[in-house]
Design a protein around this ligand. Sequence first.
Ligand code: HEC
Ligand code: HEC
Length: 306
Amino acid sequence: MQGRKANIIFFSILGSLGILGCISHYSTTTETAKSREYENSFERGKNLAFNICGQCHYDEGTQRFMGKEMKDLPGFMGKVFSTNLTHSDSFGVLEKYSDAELAYLLKTGINREGKYVPWMIRPNLADTDINDITVYFRSNDTAVLAVDKVAGKTELSFAGKMGTKIEGKPLPFKKGILPPNEKDSIAYGRYLIDNLACYHCHSKSILGLDYEKPETSKGYMAGGMKFKNKEGKIVIAANLTPDKTGIESYTHFDFRKAVQDGVRPNGSKLNYPMQKFRHLTSKQSDAIYYYLQSLEPVKNKVKRPS
Ligand code: HEC
Ligand code: HEC
């Protein structure tokens, strides 16, 4: 059981939280606010949609936001597929969502039917950024044009449904979340680590995460969480604090190469589920880098894959 337990990783636990959540019903939003297109809303929204939502909803094959299988779920849990976010009338879930319902889902985890779906809770995502993401998904960019199918049907096994007894809870709906000052690279970097969910994987354990105050998560950014790569081998998320066992020796150029291209300074390729954040701008990568370098170094030697 111990081995299995250790295998219960990021997506699997969130998956079971989602299923447990299905048992309860929560009230939905009465808000009606609509998104508005400001100057740069589309470009900003596209960047955020690819960097945040794209991690789970963008399919490289069709190059559309049509959803995909969450592959690092351990086999015994069953299968989980993310939903289609394209303009498909019959398969695109966002076509049914009002702008206010989408904002509510992202902030609280409660979907338009009142079910708790914990995958994409982003309590600290600025209202203006949620607005821009919505503008992007409502646009006619190629990546959101209709694909009339779904990637697959989520089917959790009994073990998947009962896998953990952790009670997931929706977060309170908070309005008026302000964006960081992007000229303050440390504040901007902290914001990106939070909303791009780097800390969901690069901290000690899924159970120790604090979604509202990421920095108080256990072993924040010091790595150690276990995942499966595409071949089913265990890979461990790296220590990203400025310690010798972390990325003390990285320059900001090394960091760009690792996050934008998926290549370490020694030339080796990073494994799935670490992916290329190819839509991350150099300014964003640098902000994350300088923020990480400002953290207390934490000694935690993490095994590199052989
Ligand atoms: C960590 C992976 C992940 C990320 C990041 C993510 N999603 Fe999802 N999303 C999922 C999965 C998995 C489902 C399907 C859950 C299910 O079938 O129970 C889903 C479902 C949805 C749904 C339908 C919810 C419902 O039940 O009605 C919407 C809408 C959605 N996502 C929008 C987004 C948007 C917008 C973003 C970016 C801001 C985003 N997601 C980021 C994994 C993710
Ligand atoms: C889904 C989980 C996941 C997410 C999200 C994630 N990472 Fe990773 N990351 C990993 C894993 C696992 C590895 C180890 C891969 C390997 O060793 O091949 C890794 C490795 C890295 C490395 C390489 C360090 C080294 O020298 O070995 C860097 C840098 C990195 N991640 C930065 C980031 C940043 C920045 C973000 C957010 C923008 C992020 N990661 C989001 C799982 C994740």
